[in-house]
Design a protein around this ligand. Structure first.
Ligand code: FO1
Length: 323
């Protein structure tokens, strides 16, 4: 542990694959009492009778060292007997549910059906996977990301997986967000007197980070607390490390750069965002990010090895208050 102060707490906000990598790095340097990971639930959907929470599952599998490292989602060493058998009945098989992964969706769906909240169910799933660090949904209320495209409006997984992010995006909505509340664990973490840092993991700004920060009351709570908040750019050298972030930026008429990510965050969360981390390949953009009023660190953000994840976690922690 590099940050041994018992009364330091860090909150990491994460989407799927990229965010989970940094969450893993943070979990290697912070104890379960010091780190809480909040996952986006805007990607959640009901499919084939199951309630599926892709970002929660990706973070869980990553911290449990069960994740499929090639694609980032699902479990390592999967078999696909369920999906192959399902195909015979001409049911939808575009969303690849592996046999091991399926157990998570069955367990979640059964437990939710018994009346537990998503937070309670996620705690039980984490316990079953022997995960010590708290992984908490952003809300127990249903918030569904929809993608507006130049031809139609699509639910997130239809856009992302079924249509392979091919449609041209024109905007996003988070259905249900106006009436949603942060989950109890999210509220507790935001109110923790020892909260010393919020890390926005290198996740998609539009469909992973925005839904978390736009849950009513979250921005206001962060502003009241005056806790440093640092964002790690998911864009390196004009490309997204994973996923459609750069393609979305182009289609939304934005430059595809780390600075444009910083501008997006400053426009939306300027009063609460204090720091920005960009990759050393984008070193020349550091002064631009600084000119937006953000304390900026240039470091390696491309997380290939576990040590890369730990190094980036340690760089993020440099922004903490009261270390
Ligand atoms: N992503 C894909 O690109 N194709 C899939 O078939 C797929 C299946 C899948 C199953 C379970 C799960 O938890 C995630 C899955 N994902 C799949 C990933 C996921 O839909 C996206 O990566 C996230 O929603 C974006 O963060």
């Amino acid at each position: 542990m590099t940050n041994s102060s018992d009364n330091f707490r860090c909150l990491a906000l994460s989407g799927g694959v990229g965010g989970a990598k940094l969450a893993l790095g943070l979990s290697k340097v912070l104890s379960p009492d010091q780190l809480t990971v909040i996952a986006n639930t805007g990607d959640d959907f009901d499919h084939l009778g199951f309630h599926i929470c892709p970002d929660l599952d990706t973070v869980m599998y990553t911290l449990a060292d069960l994740s499929n490292k090639d694609v980032g989602w699902g479990q390592e060493g999967e078999t696909w007997h369920f999906l192959e058998a399902l195909q015979r009945f001409e049911e939808e098989t575009w969303f690849k549910l592996g046999d091991r992964d399926l157990a998570t969706h069955v367990a979640r769906t059964v437990k939710l059906g018994q009346g537990r909240t998503l937070s309670e169910v996620t705690r039980e799933l984490c316990h079953g996977l022997s995960i010590d660090h708290p992984i908490i949904p952003m809300s127990d209320d249903t918030i569904s990301t929809v993608v507006h495209t130049d031809s139609e409006t699509l639910s997130f997984q239809h856009y992302f997986v079924r249509d392979r992010c091919e449609p041209v995006v024109t905007g996003f909505d988070f259905e249900g967000i106006e009436d949603a509340k942060p989950s109890p664990g999210f509220e507790q973490a935001l109110d923790d007197p020892n909260l010393g840092l919020i890390v926005i993991c290198p996740s998609n700004p539009f469909v992973s980070v925005d839904p978390i920060l736009l849950v009513p009351g979250v921005k206001e709570r962060i502003a009241e607390r005056k806790v440093p908040m640092v964002a790690v750019s998911p864009i390196v050298s004009g490309l997204a490390i994973k996923g459609p972030a750069a393609k979305m930026m182009k289609e939304l008429g934005m430059p595809q750069s780390a600075t444009a990510v910083a501008e997006h965050y400053v426009a939306k969360y300027g009063e609460i965002l204090t720091g920005f981390i960009i990759d050393e390949q984008d070193r020349e953009l550091a002064t631009l990010a600084q000119s937006l009023g953000l304390e900026t660190i240039v470091t390696n953000t491309v997380m290939v090895t576990l040590q890369d994840r730990i190094n980036l976690a340690n760089e993020s922690l440099k922004f903490a208050k009261g270390k």
